[in-house]
Write a protein that binds this ligand. Sequence first.
Ligand code: ATP
Length: 293
Amino acid sequence: MNEITIDAHAKVNLCLDVLGKLPNGYHEVRMVMQQLELSDTITVKKTGRGKREIIITTNADGVPVDYRNLAHRAAQLMLGLDEILDGVEIHIEKRIPVEAGLAGGSADCAATLAAMNILFDMGLSTKALCRLGARLGSDVPFCIMGGTVVAEGTGTRLTPVKGLNGDKYTVVLCKPEQGISTGAVYGKYSERMGEMIARPHPDIVRLVGGMSAELHLSELKKDMINVLEYVTAEERPEVREIINIMKESGADAALMTGSGPTVFGLFENSSEAEAAYSKLSSRYEETVLTKLR
Ligand code: ATP
């Protein structure tokens, strides 16, 4: 096998809570993540030139193609592991908005690890790939595992759970024009931790129990809270505006994903989702209609 193509799926956070700051500087989180149908496509090809080179190409403007790209780091890690005497060309066809809270970079990283494992017949288990992935980014193990999980610790301790029914809901994603840095959002939240404690937080056990019992979104949405929204919405006022448009358009739930600034709406009624999509896409270029996985 000389070449392999893998889909790298985006995710949304059905809720996100920050519990505190760990001694190593990372934040302790507890959140529920579910994958979306929306994906980038990663093609990894052996160069066959006997040199450990890594060449990245992409259709997206502004995404680095050097060591800063998480797919590059993934390839470097894998080539180094088995001292493989070959290089790879990686093409990333990007559809996932960047700096959006959708784990686009982490998904590309996870897909590259999985692709290299197959291409070079490395025989690593999913668990081993997750352990390697955690060295590259805290969302990477989830992107390797997929599905729906509760993520704890720094986001790498994963428990698979039953997600929302993908057939039942249409998802509208809408990203304000300017992205936001994940680090900056956590930093701001941390500075204001005392004040943030008083704000509403999700009850994740209740949310997971409710999803498992297939409760209606009208029951679940009280726990579909992302505490980072408190900080990001101050920096990007469009977040509130988009949430309001989603709700006025009939969304059964609408909140921010990850550190944002993308907002997602879940619609049981697909015509309402399409109407929300048309309304938002006339104002915001990065608006996407997709499904839960
Ligand atoms: P998360 O939800 O995991 O916080 P995100 O969706 O907010 O991620 P990304 O789209 O992953 O953010 O991009 C964050 C930064 O990572 C970008 O500024 C970009 O320069 C860099 N980056 C590295 N590799 C990639 C990649 N393969 N695709 C997109 N961005 C990448």
